[in-house]
Design a protein around this ligand. Sequence first.
Ligand code: FES
Length: 124
Amino acid sequence: MLYSEKVMDHFQNPRNLGKMEDADGIGEVGNAKCGDIMKMYIKVENDIITDVSFNTFGCGSAIASSSMATEMIKGKPISEALELTNKAVAEALDGLPAHKMHCSVLAEEAVRTAVKDYYEKNTL
Ligand code: FES
């Protein structure tokens, strides 16, 4: 089987799916080669990511990766969220096929971009 059960589960039942109207930070990233786009929304209080959601216009692995990434950073300090690697996301999904690893990279980048956006909006 090409995809693990966890990948299939997060693809079919994505966690934290949808736009967040009052997000403190938004990160949008894309992969020029496949054309997939991922958008991540975060809510921050006292340096903790209290809420997170996403919208992904892309392949199943990208949807599963973003879903897993939101679960991994929810309730965590920003410093920890910034340490999230695409490898950790892929491992949490019980692996991705080699040619699908770039999909998990989008999740790592989306988290970082959302945090960057939050900092840009919240520093004078
Ligand atoms: Fe491009 Fe999955 S094929 S993100």
